[in-house]
Design a protein around this ligand. Structure first.
Ligand code: ADP
Ligand code: ASP
Ligand code: MG
Length: 881
């Protein structure tokens, strides 16, 4: 395991310091430290790294210092610059070079550091050191205006100042020298050299310098600058963006740490970049190889080089959230390769997904290339000579074309190099030439568990297909640890989210939006809250993600808890929260777009608003692939043209199955009325007629009406019991019953509209136009005519019931709604209380009709009907997925 090359880790010969290099320099096998019995929880030699995201202010340094109180006997802590400082320094350098004004920004940056220093150190020493550093920076920026002399760029290393300043702040936060802390400027010891893959570490030189440093310092508690180093000539340099992770690994190795903890602003390495994928989950453990692949493919949480110095020694890395130290984070180590697991413990082969952006495809094609040996070698040789590095390669076995993916800024030099190398073949027509496809991203799925697992590619490509992402090229490393697809940059986020859904979410994950938290809406939310449809066991995952009332909406990136969604909507409506707030004022298009989240497999809107204007949106929603469920009768019984538009829109959505429109609760609330009719028709039965008691209010009135009390008294009683609409005429007019009949007729294929129904209103002509209060005063005017009808019915031994009737005969449709007198054999005579009843007379059920009967009103049963529709849709989606 001895490494002679200077770009490799230190060899035993370079050991020189008893205090910290003794174990790192031993030529021991990997995992030495772990075999000595150290555990992740109580390392004796513990290296830490704080990223800029954890170091935004003096308070952050203080809490970081608290996190370092870890019980280890020896601790080194590598720091990044304060958040945003590297970017600020880069801007200063660019401005100074370009001759733009930089003084004000320089002053602001100095001010930010001085203010933090004042809070961390009561004396002046720290501030005066910072002033000195900034004065030096000022001089160097001023010098940048002069033209660069020779190859060395004096501005190149300046952004490293952020880490130097940060190390001073951290040193102060830890109590400084007095508390036993040393400060190490990595530029004094860390030596880089050019390597095959860019910058490399000159380990022997670094070890020698560190040994010298350790002779002069205690070395048990050290604050180290990240990111910065020196080159072979002793000039300051930097390790590349995000390089402090790498610094931390280098120093963890030099310090023979048993554990490196990287503190950042997320809970660990997540299954995808959380800024792009809201559903990303923490990965408890990763193997070195998996972490390397993820980092290489753009997971910013870790610099790609980080694990190189640690892997051979088996030093574990733990990534933790500095703002949530209770979270166990992600452990990267030799044993981290266990398959990732779903929440329910099921393994799944892919650990993480990441994206590399700003790429281009170079494609060399030509029929004359097939079977010609050395084509690939010539192509990659040309790219190598041109210094173009290749991210991904794909070649079909026909060898008709070879394509590779390169950095966008290297596309043109790469194209030119290939064109030169194949000039003769192109001339001779054997190769067609080289094409460049710009604006490409590579999406990579990474996981040790992919090795030997069938179906991973199918799942990935299936997810992409669902999001309509076109795949330009595919590659899988022979190690099977990585599957990469090249896609258009414009598709990147959508692709990443859908691929993530394909691996991490149940195929029956439905993004749900509810409109109208009235009585039924509330009951539905309560039912959702007590249900268990949350995707466990890959089952149905109903995610309430949006709630709206007539003025506002509340949208959640991941999910709204149905139990407190109404409160959240109300919060938005609290005084002070403005109605004009774009995030809360109702915008139905934005609402629908949010529900139809590209990263979630399915979308569904429940309309409990009872508002006709909302129904006008259904065709558009359905056409966009959003399922619609409603207990409201507007769409089903409203304008025929709109009804047809809804039907057409739900018939087929290209390439994505079809969005469903369901409305079971419109007739009979929770009773299975529509589904019974559908089942009859779908199995080939023919409907002859329907007879039904379709209003709970009218059912109750006629079940009670026996002449012992006037009809108007019963109406008043029903009102008091809450059985009627606020204006009882809405029930007595029969319109609501007629709407239900129209819905049933349309279900049976009849082009029926409200105008076609003969409705007998129980409200006398004279009372139809008067105010509600006048109507209630004159309610007794209903009594005499009703009494008369009752007596007539009694005379022939019959009873009064309110009935809706649909007769289908010889192509004719007759629809009527009104009071009928029925003999004792009629089922409607035997209903109780507010029961609804629907009788289907069909060819199969000709002599003895099929009857659905039961309570047909009330928020809970209506909501249950709606919930049943939602689950019905979810079940059909499972079959589709
Ligand atoms: P630090 O300043 O601590 O070095 P960075 O900003 O460099 O932090 O890296 C952490 C960020 O990386 C996270 O905030 C997150 O936005 C991003 N990131 C990208 N991909 C991932 C991933 N797969 N897991 C976790 N974080 C990721
Ligand atoms: N401060 C440097 C950067 O922002 C290095 C780091 O934080 O890792 O790139
Ligand atoms: Mg970082």
């Amino acid at each position: 395991m001895s490494a002679a090359s200077s770009s490799n880790p230190p060899s035993s010969s370079s050991s020189s310091s008893p205090s910290s290099l003794s174990s790192s320099s031993a030529d021991g096998p990997p995992n030495v430290v772990q075999r000595e019995g150290a555990t992740l929880d109580t390392p004796r030699r513990h290296a830490h790294k704080f990223g800029g995201s954890s170091l935004a202010s003096a308070a952050h340094y203080r809490s970081a210092a608290g996190l370092l109180d870890d019980g280890a006997s020896s601790r080194w802590v590598v720091v990044s610059a304060m958040q945003g400082v590297t970017d600020a320094l880069l801007r200063l350098v660019a401005d100074a070079r370009a001759g733009r004004d930089w003084q004000a920004d320089w002053g602001a940056l100095q001010q930010r550091h001085i203010e933090a220093a004042a809070l961390l150190d009561s004396g002046d020493a720290l501030s005066s050191q910072l002033h000195d550093e900034f004065a030096a920076l000022h001089g160097e920026l001023a010098a940048l205006a002069a033209p660069v002399d020779g190859a060395h760029d004096p501005g190149h290393a300046l952004p490293g100042l952020g880490e130097v300043l940060s190390s001073r702040l951290m040193h102060a936060a830890l109590g400084g020298d007095a508390a036993g802390w040393d400060r190490l400027d990595a530029r004094d010891v860390l030596v880089t050299q050019p390597g095959e893959l860019g910058c490399a570490i000159d380990w022997p030189a670094t070890e020698a310098l560190l040994a010298q440093w350790l002779e002069r310092h205690r070395g048990t508690q050290v604050v180290v600058t990240g990111f910065v180093a020196r080159d072979g000539q002793g000039r300051a340099t930097v390790l590349g963006r995000n390089g402090s992770d790498w610094s931390a690994a280098i120093f963890a190795r030099l310090f023979a740490a048993e554990l490196l903890t990287i503190w950042t602003d997320v809970d660990g390495v997540l299954s995808a970049d959380p800024r792009l994928v809201p559903d990303a989950v923490r990965l408890p453990s990763l193997s070195y190889a998996e972490a390397c692949e993820l980092a290489y493919f753009g997971a910013k949480v870790l610099h790609p080089q980080t694990l190189v110095p640690l892997q051979q020694r088996g030093v574990a890395v733990r990534i933790r959230n500095s703002a949530r130290p209770d979270c166990p984070g992600t452990v990267i180590g030799p044993d981290g390769g266990a398959a990732a697991r779903h929440d329910d413990g099921h393994p799944h082969p892919v650990k993480g997904l990441s994206l590399v952006e700003n790429l281009a495809i170079l494609d060399l094609s030509g029929s004359g290339m097939a079977g010609v040996p050395g084509t690939a070698e010539r192509l990659f040789g040309a790219l190598r000579e041109a210094g173009v590095s290749v991210t991904m390669i794909s070649q079909g076995s026909s060898e008709h074309s070879i394509c590779c993916v390169v950095r966008a800024d290297q596309a043109e030099p790469g194209r030119a190099a290939i064109a030169r190398a194949f000039a003769e073949a192109i001339e001779a027509g054997q190769a067609q030439g080289v094409t460049v496809t710009p604006d490409i991203c590579v999406l990579a799925a990474v996981g040790d568990g992919m090795v030997g697992t069938p179906g991973v590619a199918a799942r990935l490509l299936g997810g992409l297909a669902q999001a309509r992402v076109n795949v330009r090229a595919i590659a899988q490393g022979a190690g099977e640890r990585n599957l990469s697809v090249a896609i258009a940059a414009g598709d990147a986020t959508r692709a990443l989210r859908s691929a993530h859904s394909a691996f991490w979410l149940s195929p029956q994950t439905i993004s749900v939006g509810v409109i109208g938290p009235g009585q039924v809406g509330r009951a539905l939310l309560a039912q959702l809250a007590s249900s268990t449809f949350d995707g466990h066991d890959e089952g149905i995952d109903l995610r309430l993600r949006a709630l709206a009332d007539s003025r506002r909406m509340c949208l959640a990136a991941v999910r709204l808890d149905p139990a407190d969604a109404i409160a959240r909507l109300a919060d938005a409506a609290a005084p002070g929260a403005s109605v004009d707030d774009a995030t809360t004022a109702l915008d139905l298009d934005a609402f629908a777009a949010h529900v139809r989240a590209e990263h979630l497999p399915h979308a569904l809107i429940v309309d409990c608003s009872g508002n006709d204007a909302i129904a006008a949106h259904y065709p558009r929603w359905l056409a966009a692939g959003i399922h619609v469920v409603t207990p409201s009768k507007h769409a089903g019984s409203g304008a025929w043209s709109r009804y047809q538009a809804i039907r057409t829109a739900s018939a087929a959505v290209a390439g994505r199955g079809h969005a469903q429109f369901r409305y079971e609760a419109t007739v009979g609330a929770g009773l299975p009325v529509i589904q019974t009719l559908r089942c009859l028709l779908d199995t080939g039965d023919v409907l002859l007629g329907i007879e039904g008691v379709l209003s709970g209010t009218l059912a109750w009135l006629f079940n009670r009406y026996d002449g012992s009390v006037p009809f108007s008294a019963l109406v008043r009683e029903a009102m008091a019991l809450g059985y009627t609409e606020p204006d009882p005429r809405d029930d007595l007019s029969g319109t609501d019953v007629a709407r239900k009949l129209v819905i049933l007729a349309r279900e049976a294929g009849c082009a029926l509209s409200m105008d076609d129904v003969a409705i007998e209103s129980l409200v006398p002509e004279a009372l139809r136009g008067v105010s509600r209060s006048e109507f209630l005063e004159r309610l007794h005017e209903l009594d005499a005519p009703m009494q008369e009808r009752l007596l007539q019915a009694r005379a022939s031994d019959r009873q009064l019931r309110h009935l809706a009737r649909l007769e289908l005969a010889a192509g004719e449709v007759h629809a009527t709604v009104g009071v009928s007198s029925l003999d004792g054999g009629h089922a409607a005579v035997h209903t109780r209380l507010t029961d609804n009843l629907v009788q289907f007379r069909t060819r199969r059920y000709a002599d003895n009709p099929l009857v659905v009967q039961g309570p047909g009103a009330g928020p809970d049963v209506t909501a249950a009907g709606v919930f049943g529709d939602i689950l019905g849709i979810a079940q059909t989606l499972g079959a589709q997925a």
